[in-house]
Design a protein around this ligand. Structure first.
Ligand SMILES: [Zn+2]
Length: 210
């Protein structure tokens, strides 16, 4: 049973200390970054890349994609791509893959096929792409294990949700959703420890596209 940790709404001001936890435990992860947050915390994102972590695109301003035109969606993606490329350049690391996650899991509703085309033409790869190699595969990263951490700051409650989500997990490969912004260092570190001490083997999310 593999689990792949994906961390949304990055980078926050406390990413540095959160990285310390991940690095100390050797837990791999992808950070899905908002372009606007990269404007504020580029150095922290660069440290993550230097430490072997991957950055994905989580739009510039975290909108609901179903509120966007195709042109607006393209602009949100492109603006964030510039920032991500700049971080890899700053870190002196070549970017291994272009990954994207929709804010709120909102794939654009009726414009979803057009948005997938934007991602496909932009060279983005989704976790399903390797599964079938089909051109119609989704190019965005969804998730399968979710403790809904953004709706609670209570450690006991989060632990109960994590345990319930873990028990309900039936796949051999679980993509775990967690967040940087919105969680303090203590809660973040606790969650990483629970995951690391669980029955899952934690693997690099990029294995899903390779
Ligand atoms: Zn988000």
């Amino acid at each position: 049973m593999n689990a792949y940790l994906t961390i949304d709404d990055a980078p926050s001001a406390t990413l540095d200390e959160k990285l310390d936890t991940l690095v100390a435990r050797g837990v791999p992860a992808v950070f899905f970054c908002e372009g606007r947050r990269l404007d504020d915390h580029e150095a922290l994102a660069a440290r993550a890349v230097e430490a072997g972590y991957h950055l994905g695109n989580h739009t510039y301003s975290h909108p609901h994609a179903s509120d966007l035109s195709v042109a607006e969606f393209e602009a949100e993606v492109a603006r964030t791509e510039e920032r991500i490329d700049a971080v890899y350049e700053r870190a002196g690391v070549s970017r291994p893959a272009k990954l994207f996650r929709f804010p709120f899991g909102d794939d654009g509703g009726e414009r979803a096929p057009a948005f997938q085309r934007v991602l496909r033409e932009g060279g983005f790869v989704g976790p399903a792409a390797t599964a079938s190699g089909d051109e119609s595969d989704s190019r965005d990263w969804s998730w399968t294990l979710d403790a809904e951490d953004w709706t609670t700051d209570d450690r006991t409650e989060l632990r109960a949700r994590f345990d319930a989500a873990t028990r309900a997990a039936t796949g051999d490969e679980e993509v775990v959703l967690f967040h940087d912004a919105g969680n303090d260092v203590a809660l973040f570190s606790a969650f990483v420890a629970w995951l690391d001490d669980s029955a899952f083997a934690l693997a690099d999310p990029l294995e899903l596209v390779r």
